[in-house]
Write a protein that binds this ligand. Structure first.
Ligand code: NAI
Ligand code: OAA
Length: 338
């Protein structure tokens, strides 16, 4: 399928900053962005790649390969280890680079190590990015890294910071399509709620399969409870087990989907899942970066209102939101929320 044309086609290049550009996701993501898959087939792109000093050489190698693709839409590439340079004029920032959990590292150590990265990047975004920058945090723990970045980016509205649960959403769509034997285009109304972690709640309550309620088409509540939900929750771990490395091509594809929908709009008659700053909807405490059902138009996202949450869904949502609140309290205790 060829990418859609952007409504603002033919204007100045959009500046897209990608951090962690020499990593696995970066390698799958950058050619997709440069080909027009993310922002539209007529939208020129200027790429700014940020890496740590030890990986700048590898990022420069990726830039050489992007040159060698001769992408018609690629207006230029800069490679740097300086966040101020990387975020200069950024219209879209994909924060992929983060510190992986090392041997013997506790969750608190991981939050602390990533806190240092995302406080600095939040500040650099505030000082250098375009006024209406759109930020997608992919690097884990994605929701809490986004929370840290937005708290350290004075002047940028919190609504401009999002975290990625689109991979979880796409995994849920694919599982339901496979079970029901319809193409993925026949699946609508899935929501992933909460944290991008094993506590997330992939919710089929409002989903439809070719216009019919998914729960009726599936006709087997045990499949949903005992197979669908844990499979989606544990899919990241299953990929690591099978591949010996974490999801990269599918994560890159989800990042492209997330930004494309945010910039160009979600399709009519459905929604997607994005982790955004809560306004208190569905009882999620205000200020947490939680995944919700979201529609986008005109470059703005909106949380879908009025969905029913039965007791089972409420309990699952409370668990994942409780984890987000605990992560927030931990990073607040470390002084990372400004
Ligand atoms: N939200 C989601 O759905 C998903 C998130 N992830 C997360 O995405 C992140 C990246 O994954 P991979 O590309 O596979 O990892 P990777 O380890 O292959 O690459 C990460 C890159 O980030 C760079 N980096 C580290 N600190 C940096 C900094 N301060 N500034 C710029 N670059 C920095 C590293 O040098 C490395 O090249 C991981 O945190 C992973 O857990 C992965 C899959 C899905
Ligand atoms: O589980 C991981 O480390 C990578 C990840 O976020 C995912 O695949 O969803």
């Amino acid at each position: 399928m060829s990418p859609e044309a952007s409504p603002e086609a033919g204007t100045a290049p959009t500046t897209v900053t990608v951090t962690g550009a020499a990593g696995q996701i970066g390698y799958s993501l950058l050619p997709r962005i440069a080909s027009g898959a993310m922002l539209g087939a007529d939208r020129p792109v200027r790429l700014r790649l940020l890496e740590i000093p030890a990986a700048v050489g590898a990022a420069a190698g990726v830039a050489m390969e992007l040159d060698d693709c001769a992408f018609p839409l690629l207006a230029g590439i800069d490679v740097t280890d300086d966040p101020a340079t990387a975020f200069d004029g950024a219209d879209v920032a994909l924060l992929v680079g983060s510190r992986p959990r090392g041997k013997g590292m506790e969750r608190a150590d991981l939050l602390q190590a990533n806190g240092a990265i995302f406080t600095a990047q939040g500040r650099a975004l505030a000082e250098n990015a375009a006024a209406d920058v759109k930020v997608l945090v992919v690097g884990n723990p994605a929701n809490t890294n986004a929370l840290i970045a937005l708290h350290n980016a004075p002047g940028i509205p919190a609504s401009r910071f999002t975290a990625m649960t689109r991979l979880d959403h796409n995994r849920a769509v694919a599982q339901l399509a496979r079970r029901t034997g319809v193409p993925v285009t026949g699946i609508r109304g899935i929501t992933v709620w909460g944290n991008h972690s094993a506590t997330q709640y992939p919710d089929l309550t409002a989903a439809t399969v070719d216009g019919r309620p998914a729960t009726e088409v599936v006709g087997d509540p045990a499949w949903i409870e005992e197979f669908f939900i844990p499979t989606v929750q544990q899919r990241g771990a299953a990929i690591i087990e099978a591949r010996g490395a974490s999801s990269a091509a599918s994560a890159a594809s989800a990042a492209v989907d997330h930004v494309r929908d945010w910039v160009l709009g979600t399709p009519e008659g459905t929604w997607t899942s994005m982790a955004v700053v809560s306004d208190g909807s569905y009882g999620v405490p205000e200020g947490l970066v939680s995944s919700f059902p979201v529609t986008c138009s005109g470059g703005e996202w909106r949380i879908v209102q009025g969905l029913e949450l039965d007791a089972g869904s409420r309990a699952r949502l409370d668990v994942t939101v409780g984890e987000l609140a605990a992560e927030r309290d931990a990073v607040r205790g470390m002084g990372l929320l400004g």
